[in-house]
Design a protein around this ligand. Structure first.
Ligand code: DAH
Length: 384
């Protein structure tokens, strides 16, 4: 620390000695923290070099002419040397990390994978891929919904029988059965507050319209719940929902999108579909879409035969829904569709009993599961 003493003495500071001392300390710094300590000692506000710079003001003009450039040079040199050393540390750290993380890419991949992708996960991914290619974004919503999002905003009026058809799992007590409330208005209000397990993915339509301005072109996927259990119904099941909201959309657009989907999903060149009029509170007109199929061999084959199989519901979004979601139905309209993922998965991959899907039987999963190495892609075929 001789140089430091010099810096505060009246004699001319020994800049060369200070330079030697600081570069030696920089060289000796073992890590970034030590290096930072040197930097603060030299260039910090109270640092040695900064202290010397401050003495320039008291020097005679002649002295300053000599010392000014010297000190500037010292300051730059120290800063530069520290920067170089610091970069060296970063590089060494990266080298060390690369050494630790090194993977021998020439090793063969294990022939047998331990787990398998569940067919439902796989089919959800296939569907998202197909609609993604058609420009649909992927939105999400929670499994626990409000009565408003699941029903009211979707034009299910309170007390409407369509609500009963949904076999809803409500959370908490049912205010309608509360012997203490015989005031219908307050029981209705409580009803509105009630949480439930969503009975369909359609409430995500509501959430999306409330959240973002049109144009909207989205799908959402996920778990849905209804009190139902047999070979073709499980209390928890999955849906994929689609919604398009814009100033000009038509039933023809809807049809084109759904036909393209069916072709890509079932990987057949030609699929004949038909639209049957139907009723959903949230669409008008509403339809169910059937695909031509063959059931003769005890197995369903899509795209041939004399039979029809219903695979989804769809329609033009009801103006009441658009209004409830805060948009102007005079300006915006659109179409929507919703399909049961589990049944479409069963049709494609030959899994007859829905209950097996969630039985967590490893033998079933081994048989029907997918290799995690093979991702669906439209180019190589989505069912590879
Ligand atoms: N939410 C309906 C259900 O679960 C399915 C559905 C039908 C969704 C028509 C739609 C639609 O978006 O337009 O039965």
């Amino acid at each position: 620390m001789d140089a430091a003493v010099n810096a505060t003495s009246t004699s001319a500071p020994d800049v060369e000695a200070l330079e030697r001392e600081l570069t030696a300390r920089i060289d000796a710094a073992a890590d970034e923290a030590a290096l930072e300590a040197v930097r603060i000692d030299a260039l910090g506000k109270q640092g040695l070099v900064s202290g010397l710079m401050r003495t320039l003001g008291q020097m005679s003009p002649d002295e300053r002419q000599i010392m000014g450039p010297k000190l500037n040079r010292l300051r730059d040199l120290v800063a530069e040397t520290i920067a170089v050393r610091k970069a060296g540390f970063a590089e060494a750290a990266l080298e060390a990390k690369l050494r630790v993380d090194a993977i021998d890419v020439t090793l063969p991949a294990p022939r047998f994978y331990q787990g398998a992708i569940h067919p439902i996960s796989r089919v959800l991914e296939e569907m998202a891929l197909i609609f993604g290619e058609m420009g649909f974004t992927l939105e999400e919503g929670p499994d626990i919904e409000t009565d408003f999002n699941n029903f009211t905003a979707l034009n299910f009026p309170e007390g409407h029988p369509a609500r009963d058809m949904h076999d809803t799992f409500f959370l908490g007590r049912n205010p309608a059965n509360d012997p203490n409330t015989d005031d219908p208005a307050s029981s209705m209000a409580a009803n509105r507050e009630r949480k439930l397990l969503r009975t369909h993915t359609s409430p995500v339509q509501v959430r999306t319209m409330l959240r973002q301005p049109p144009p909207i072109r989205m799908i959402c996927q996920g778990r849905t719940y209804r009190k139902d259990s047999d070979a073709t119904h499980t209390p928890m099941f999955h849906q994929t929902e689609g919604l398009v909201i814009d100033e000009k959309t038509s039933m023809a657009d809807l049809k084109g999108v759904l036909m393209a989907f069916v072709k890509a999903y079932f990987e057949v060149d030609a699929v004949e579909v038909r639209f049957r009029p139907h009723y959903f509170p949230f669409t008008e007109p509403s339809a169910e879409m059937d695909v031509r199929c063959d059931r003769s061999g005890g197995q369903i084959k899509i795209g041939q035969g004399d039979d029809w199989l219903e695979i989804l519901g769809c329609g033009m979004v009801h103006p009441n829904v658009i209004k409830k979601c805060g948009l102007d139905p005079e300006k915006y309209q659109g179409y929507a569709f919703g399909m049961g993922v589990d049944r479409l998965a069963g049709l494609k991959y030959g899994m007859p009993d829905l209950r097996d899907y969630f039985g967590a039987d490893v033998r079933w999963l081994k048989h029907y599961g997918f290799s995690p190495y093979l991702l669906p892609g439209l180019a190589q075929g989505i069912a590879t």
